[in-house]
Design a protein around this ligand. Structure first.
Ligand code: AMP
Length: 262
């Protein structure tokens, strides 16, 4: 399947073409047509699968269908847990929208709010945000979410891991009830399912890999061993197995240094 079979408009296909992509990734093939049909989507997708284009391209298409009013309002909100992710998504949105009359900006904490506020004041259609800074600016009445038509929750599992549950709930209360919701998560814990239930309406599930499973080709072994004997065990395993390439994860930097020396 090619990009031009997904129902995307030529101005977006041109932007995709400029990026040099030849074929849509599995998540893009599945998610793009559903989002264009205005479905709520619950997608399991990890970073690196092309999920950002998977939600950004149809989102841009939907927004570009309506003519832009003189006074722009935030019509799409993309929530993401970290500033790095927010900045990456913004770069994607910026590039894919280069042939469209849509404006976007990104906000996150830890930096002066003024440049972010002036971009919002100038009028934007798409806002990419981390939850804390978003609520902060909303509390100061520096932005309004009352006109949001599409909500994207990106890396929802990480948002919960980072303790954003309460912030997410608060943000949901600031949005109109009628909107399209897209939730992306690498894992599907009980908590994510609960979150999704509270936010999405009759969502279509999109999976590109089986839920919460490990790669079949990998055999996993567990050794129960006293803490004090862990390093000697791994050294013994490496020696006996004559392993030439080994990737070892440790809990702390200090532990990694110690083990490495041994
Ligand atoms: P993401 O999972 O959204 O972080 O994307 C991972 C990387 O894949 C990014 O560098 C994208 O620019 C790239 N990418 C996205 N879609 C495609 C595609 N269809 N073909 C090739 N690369 C892609």
């Amino acid at each position: 399947m090619k990009f031009n079979n997904l129902g995307l408009i030529p101005l977006l296909l041109q932007a995709v073409n400029d990026k040099g992509y030849t074929n849509p990734s599995p998540i893009q093939k599945k998610a793009i047509p559903l989002i264009l049909k205005r479905k709520d989507v619950l997608a399991s997708a990890q970073t690196g699968t092309g999920k950002t284009a998977g939600f950004t391209l149809p989102l841009l298409q939907i927004l570009s269908k309506k003519s832009i009013s003189h006074h722009r309002k935030i019509r799409a909100l993309i929530l993401t847990p970290t500033r790095e992710l927010a900045a990456q998504i913004y770069d994607n949105v910026f590039e894919y929208s280069k042939y469209l009359e849509l404006r976007s900006t990104v906000i996150f904490g830890g930096v002066n709010q003024n440049p972010q506020v002036s971009k919002i004041r100038n009028g934007i259609d798409i806002l990419i945000a981390t939850p804390g800074r978003l609520l902060d600016l909303e509390n100061q009445r520096l932005l309004s979410l009352r006109n949001v038509e599409i909500l994207v929750l990106d890396e929802a599992d990480r948002m919960l891991d980072m303790g954003f549950q309460r912030d997410i709930n608060k943000i949901m209360n600031l949005l109109p009830i009628n909107r399209q919701n897209l939730l992306f998560s690498a894992t599907f814990s009980k908590e994510i399912k609960k979150l999704a239930k509270g936010i999405l309406n009759n969502p279509v599930m999109v999976e590109t890999s089986p839920q919460n499973t490990t790669v079949e080709a990998i055999i996993q072994y567990v050794y129960k061993v006293d803490k004090s004997k862990k390093s000697s065990l791994i050294i013994q395993l490496i020696k006996e197995g004559n392993w030439k390439q080994v990737l070892v994860f440790t809990r702390t930097k200090h532990g990694a240094n110690n083990l490495c020396k041994k």
